[in-house]
Design a protein around this ligand. Sequence first.
Ligand code: ADP
Ligand code: MG
Length: 397
Amino acid sequence: MHNRKRFMCLLTAFCLFLSALSLAGCGKEETPSSSGKESGEARETGKTGETGDPGEMGETAPALQEDIIGDVAVTEKDGLTYAEVDVYAMTTTMQLKAYGDRAPEAVQAAAEEIVRLDHLLSVGNPESEIGVINAKGEGEVSADTLAMLKKAGKVHERSGGALDISVYPMMELWGFTTEEYRVPSQEEIDSLLPLVDQDLMEIEEREEGALVRLKEGQGIDLGAVAKGFTSDRVAQIFRSYGLESGLIYLGGNVHCLGSKPGGADWRIGIQDPGNSAGIVGVLAVSGKAVITSGAYERYFKNEETGKTYHHILDPATGCPAETGISSVTIVSPDGTLADSLSTACFVMGLEKSVEYWREYGDDFEMIIMDDDGLIHLTEGLEKSFTSEGHKVKIIYR
Ligand code: ADP
Ligand code: MG
């Protein structure tokens, strides 16, 4: 199971699956952000990637459920040992790249940790910590899951509930969990809305971890937070192997360990939400996570309404968040925070996100693309972001 050949076979199968989708006409959808201008395929896409890196992969199909670790490839680059491994986990493709004497061991250990975390968190696995809680209404969680719950809890509170991990029953209602998409009736939405409130969930801390109890009918999903937490963990593992330089791609999100060998910043492309093949600009960055949420990542079009519906729901309405922005990128040394905030800010929209940043933004910066194609950039990124043909407006404190 743990071999590159199998991994590549599955990726090839996925590519065929995508072409089949296009042939069947599923690729002719309007993207939610582009009101008729662009076409997009019914699939998830990669978001951010190091520029000039041909190795970046798009996200993968839900049909491939098993976690798979590819073989570690080892070469020499810039006079250092360089190791790279591909991982399929958390229903997405990931790539770990690291420089340093112990890079081969470090990427292998990190890949195994990713798989372990996926087994803790997967909503699709009835035996995961989250799976058990959703099935039984309560369950024990480990210190790692508790750490995520706490950080998500803080962002939930500060964002006025824009991030709410108990949005899961609503995700099910819209068919995002099974890919059997549908537009629910207002009555259906109204009947589930009272359950979407993570404050109703009880967390009883234990010596290690906690006991989590949900209200009847509630369900939780750490999908908005887990990849950021995972990238923090991978960076921590890399450091524990004495590495100072590496890049962690988790389904389009990027976490940079240190700088490039030699000390230059990494150059991370920020994806164009209206065109999966393009970027809106390049960010020069070291030692930070660069995490994006966008309306283009997963969506479906309903023939009856003629509208597209994406996967980030506003917990206040139970519907896809519509706040006039098409993507939010958060840049922070804290990947878990960046992931939580990318989702929260997408739901809050520009003005509220800016208020949030002014109040709590000591440890993060933002790049927000609005539906008119204007890029709003917080001042800490002014010198490090270069736009590719888009107007940029700087937000000051
Ligand atoms: P992605 O995981 O696609 O990179 P996000 O980090 O924005 O993007 O997370 C989106 C996921 O978070 C959704 O697939 C869903 O599982 C969950 N989710 C959707 N809306 C919310 C919300 N308002 N609060 C918390 N989680 C959400
Ligand atoms: Mg997120």
